[in-house]
Design a protein around this ligand. Sequence first.
Ligand code: ARG
Length: 466
Amino acid sequence: MWSGRFRQPLDPEFEKWQRSFPYDQRLLPFELAASRAHANALEHAGVLSSEELSEILKALAEIGRRAESSPEFLNDSEAEDVHHFVEKQLAALIGATGYKLHTGRSRNEQIATDLRLFVRHSIDTLHTLIADWIEAILAHADAAGGAAMPSYTHLQPAEPVLVAHWLLAYVEMFLRDATRLADCRKRANLCPLGSGAVAGATLTINRQAMAAELGFDGPTPNSIDATSDRDFAIEFVDALSLLALHLSRWAEEMILFSTSAYGFVELPEAYSTGSSAMPQKKNPDLLELVRGKAARVTGCATTLHTLMKGLPLAYNKDLQETQEALFDASDTILGMLPLVTGFMNSVEFNETKMSAAAQTGFMNAWAAAAYLVERGVPSRLAHEAVGKAVALAVERGCDLQKLPLADLQAIHASFDASFHASLGLTEVLALHDVPGGTAPRHVKRALQNARERLAMLRSQESLAAR
Ligand code: ARG
């Protein structure tokens, strides 16, 4: 590919070590598509005759066919990278005409193009997987109806909420993840072809046409930038690491809630494992791996950030290291989403236990303070009075609503006979009567709104349209 200027052979160990073909061969479909676009543009520019063009296009198609029909075709210990592989194969198929394809272009623009196509393809695949995942959460939120559970701050019981409200918190996270990917897709969807090695192609070539042929929104504006930045890959993996992070939070809560101490979640056997030692065990392996994979995806994001930091313009071979971290993050998330969706579709919530837990542990204490505030007691003083009532209830081993009125009035004169009725679960939930709050009428609307946003996500052919 470039041996003309060299008098000595490469050190064999180095030669082997620097190759990216073992992992960038997966870019072959993109490399072939980009090569087709380049070939068409070369013919248009008068560099290739129409016979040469059709010869090249046929050979490119043949390479694609061979790669698909037999994986051994890709066992090439000489190819340095996917670009070199295609060039070699072209030459093998059509001789010198094959070498004409490289006219005016550089591998630097090719890899930048292939990687953008890869990112775009991954985002488009993720689109449906994320929608299915959100759908699975929403199905539980729908089914939960008016069931309640404790919410926690500092992992201490805080206030009762609707189970649907809790699940909708996750729906928000994953809807945001989807929009983040859509946003990333917009910036990634520009075509570097025609950027050459760094300064632009060495012949007048129709960049607009190449971009259009590959479904890009247009050509990249600057050849130095286009051949050397990988921020589209970083954005993508950053978005994936946030998605993984959200999944890990969900996994952690499911693990916690499946323990006997909580008993809110019944682990589906199809996604759990037993212990080789302890016969009674059902372990949440899927959830633990989901939690663990977040580390891996975050690691990929860190690799890419660190790789790019301080790198001078334009192309440097360091950039080859983009690929494995990018692929790994993408594969990890693509592999995980269908599994968490399957898990969610089979998991069962114990609403009886959840609702029971929502009615203990003084989670109505803030509602009790609100009751006093409504009667004109300044908030701080109401807080203090209820605090004393809680201390008394703790002492007596009962709930707030079990304290006799006389004892309450000894704490504060504003407690009256309506106090006990204001502390029921229904009353406490209804108290949070703001959009975004857990009052059932707002949760009902939020659920509907989430459904609409999911439908919008689904109706888009790809995230492109957002
Ligand atoms: N395999 C290389 C990569 O992934 C392709 C670009 C090589 N360019 C070069 N000037 N050596 O970065």
